[in-house]
Design a protein around this ligand. Structure first.
Ligand code: G3H
Ligand code: ZN
Length: 285
């Protein structure tokens, strides 16, 4: 059934676990995430990023409608989240398209501007009944930009600043920069677990981990134990899909029917979803 992100995150926090949130680009991604979550037996978040909307010719509705339909027919609770939104026009479409939450990303801006833009977005989101996540500090590697050095000054989230940011903006959850980087294809990132614990102690909103494809199982488990309540995963699905299709086409150069390779791509993603949810856990179904 269709659930809300706010409810799934709250249930994860109550159970001292995290909910897994996967970025979807195609119908195959949507079907794979739902199927993997059903295998894992845990609720899941389907998220559509602003970049994915750009890929879909700027249209949110075709993918959103497919995601809503898949969620309604799922055997586990599935919520829809609009991810890394920078533009107000897209933000305004969230509620009517079936999304229960948005991540408003003004983390590229200096502190005061990030706060002002996020506060306005939170005000608008709450009037629509949406759960809103924002980002402070910057998790690098977005949108093909040179990955920010995760150790550079300003690249990490400062606990005192984060406390003020959450209080002044009114957001419901915060994405923190603690050493992960977006779009990694190896699981070699090392998190600053001490900083994560400090942030978790300083803040009374759930914390969100971005760029989670770059983390090995042990790092993910420790992050959840350290206070992460939502784990965002994107690249791992693309790596699984592309790798499986590449192997299939190499072995079957005569293949023509797109269903043949989409089937193996979808299956590989579903397996990745089930495996990662086995590590992350998830709120009770
Ligand atoms: O918001 C999306 C996530 O941060 C995905 O990051 O593609 O590096 O797993 P990833
Ligand atoms: Zn992200």
């Amino acid at each position: 059934p269709l659930a809300t992100t706010g409810d799934l995150v709250a249930r994860a926090v109550a159970a001292r676990r995290a909910v897994a949130a996967f970025n979807v680009i195609t119908l195959e991604h949507i079907e794979a995430v739902v199927s993997g979550a059903e295998t894992a037996g845990a609720p899941v978040v389907l998220q559509v990023s602003e970049n994915a909307v750009k890929f879909r010719h700027g249209r949110l509705l075709p993918l959103a409608r497919a995601a809503v339909a898949a969620a309604e027919h799922a055997a586990v609770p599935v919520a829809l989240h609009l991810d890394h939104v920078q533009g107000d026009a897209l933000l305004r479409q969230a509620a009517s398209a079936g999304f229960s939450s948005v991540m408003y990303d003004a983390s590229r801006l200096p502190y005061a501007e990030n706060l002002a833009a996020t506060r306005a977005a939170a005000h608008w989101a709450h009037a629509q009944g949406l759960f809103i996540e924002a980002e402070l500090g910057e998790v690098g590697g977005k949108d093909g930009r040179a990955p920010l050095d995760a150790h550079a000054p300003g690249a990490r989230t400062d606990p005192a600043e984060a406390r003020a940011f959450v209080a002044d903006s009114g957001v419901d959850a915060l994405a923190v920069a603690v050493g992960s980087v977006h779009a990694m294809t190896t699981r070699t990132a090392a998190l600053d677990h001490d900083l994560l614990k400090e942030l978790s102690g300083a803040l009374d909103v759930p914390l969100v981990l971005h760029g989670s494809s770059g983390l090995a199982d042990g790092e993910l488990t420790e992050a959840v134990a350290g206070g992460i309540a939502k784990v965002n995963i994107g690249t791992a699905l693309n790596a699984a899909m592309t790798g499986a299709i590449r192997r299939f086409l190499a072995a079957h150069p005569e293949a023509v029917d797109s269903r043949a390779y989409l089937t193996v791509g979808r299956r590989a993603m579903a397996r990745t979803v089930a495996d990662l949810m086995g590590v992350v856990g998830g709120p009770p179904a």
